[in-house]
Ligand binder design. Structure first.
Ligand SMILES: Cc1cc2nc3c(=O)[nH]c(=O)nc-3n(C[C@H](O)[C@H](O)[C@H](O)COP(=O)(O)OP(=O)(O)OC[C@H]3O[C@@H](n4cnc5c(N)ncnc54)[C@H](O)[C@@H]3O)c2cc1C
Length: 382
């Protein structure tokens, strides 16, 4: 596929850039910002289907929007899970009623979602999950009981999609169901933030104690949840990898600037690491474009995940190397009330530790490549 941008794409890009510039600074708060994006039709441009309040855009226009968004310095999207994970899943597997109920508020930036997959005993091995969903006698609802963990944005979300076991006799990926449930259920859903290395709490433990989900909000059939859940994970990457790389390029540029300013750019080891990072980022960009164009080859998503996660961690390491001893202490306006307020380099170094875990850990990606690409014998699952 030719990934050149057409004149129509260029004017789409110009419109996106002007709109973003016209809405800076982006200090309204994350939820309000989602509403502003939604009102202008910028949420859901990649759905391939309009009519929900979203614009529709070609693949190259989606790339242009993602790149302009990353360049603008606008905040990370708290609507990402609904827009890029749940919505494509509903478009593929949802009923007409589910699409009509859930897609317009996602497109409007009015309802935020979280992803209830991982559990304390089921992360990489998701099929070991134990959260149960029991159907009511009248068949109209489910009661969900169990614990999820690492649930990003659960403290802000209005809704959660949950993978739960509906057949108590089932094992592994059989007997699971994909349910949509509202988060505002006091006494039945308890969200407890987890404090991270960075001092912030972006994810949570979520306890369900008889939480209520309507039967009409099961996506796919009861017992068919694994297929729906895996299909959702397939949407996890896409044009967002290109936007992510723009963000990476900006982070690298900041580290280069800091190295020039404080003289560490004269250190041959630092120079070498910076140039390697730059070259690897170029390679990742071409690889992402090739994959989006459909010619990435088998295992391409796993290769891409391995590459960017390791790259980003190495960038974090170079960032603190450039900062030197100062990276080990708090900022000048440190106060006990905010003991973990971090500068860019510190935050990058600490947060990037998570990159090789979420979205499929390095070890899991290597297993996928080993089994599906190299044809090595399958790992036993116990
Ligand atoms: C920042 C962040 C955000 C997240 N957001 C969400 C979210 O919104 N919703 C959600 O459901 N989950 C979320 N997760 C959870 C994430 O999906 C899990 O952390 C991930 O699946 C790994 O599971 P685990 O933490 O239980 O580790 P484990 O699966 O216990 O793995 C521990 C270690 O063992 C290795 N390992 C495990 N199995 C194998 C194997 N078979 N072969 C070789 N090595 C193996 C792993 O690679 C890892 O190094 C998030 C995680 C992070 C870090």
């Amino acid at each position: 596929m030719d990934f050149g941008f057409t004149p129509a794409d260029d004017s789409f890009r110009a419109e996106a850039r002007a709109w973003l510039a016209g809405h800076a600074p982006y200090d309204r708060g994350r939820r309000a910002w989602e509403g502003v994006l939604g009102a202008a039709g910028w949420v859901g441009i990649g759905w391939g289907e309009g009519g929900y309040g979203n614009r529709t855009a070609t693949l190259t226009q989606q790339v242009a929007w993602a790149e302009e968004y990353a360049r603008s310095g606008a905040p990370p999207r708290s609507g990402h899970i609904g827009e890029n994970l749940l919505a494509p899943t509903l478009l593929a597997h949802g009923t007409a009623g589910q699409k009509a109920r859930f897609l317009p508020p996602i497109a409007a930036g009015a309802e935020l979602w979280c992803q209830g997959y991982s559990e304390p005993g089921a992360g990489s091995d998701l099929a070991a999950l134990r959260t149960r969903a029991e159907r009511s006698a009248d068949g109209r609802s489910y009661r969900v009981t169990g614990q999820k963990i690492w649930t990003s944005l659960a403290h802000e979300a209005d809704w959660c999609f949950v993978l739960a076991r509906t057949d108590p006799e089932s094992r592994r990926h059989h007997g699971l169901t994909f349910l949509l449930l509202p988060m505002d259920q006091p006494g039945r859903i308890d969200v407890r933030p987890i404090r991270q290395l960075t001092g912030t709490s972006d994810f949570n433990e979520v306890f369900f104690d008889g939480a209520h989900a309507r039967a009409e909000h099961v996506v796919g059939a009861e017992g068919d949840g694994w297929r729906v859940a895996m299909s959702l994970l397939g949407f996890e990457r896409g044009v967002s990898t290109l936007a992510q790389q723009i963000g990476f390029a900006q982070e690298l540029a900041r580290v280069v600037r800091a190295a020039v300013e404080n003289g560490t750019a004269d250190d041959p080891v630092v120079r070498d690491r910076l140039v390697r990072l730059w070259a690897e980022l170029r390679t990742m960009r071409w690889n992402a474009l090739r994959t989006l164009g459909g010619s990435g080859g088998p295992g391409a998503p796993s290769v891409a995940k391995l590459l960017w996660a390791g790259w980003h961690q190495r960038l974090g390491e170079v960032a603190v190397q450039v900062r030197g001893a100062a990276a080990g202490v708090g900022p000048a306006d440190w106060s006990p009330a905010a003991p973990y307020r971090l500068d860019d380099a510190q935050h990058l170094f600490l947060f990037s530790r998570a990159d090789t875990i979420y979205g499929g850990s390095d070890q899991v990606q290597r297993t996928i490549i080993a089994e599906r690409v190299l044809g090595l014998p399958r790992q036993s699952k116990g």
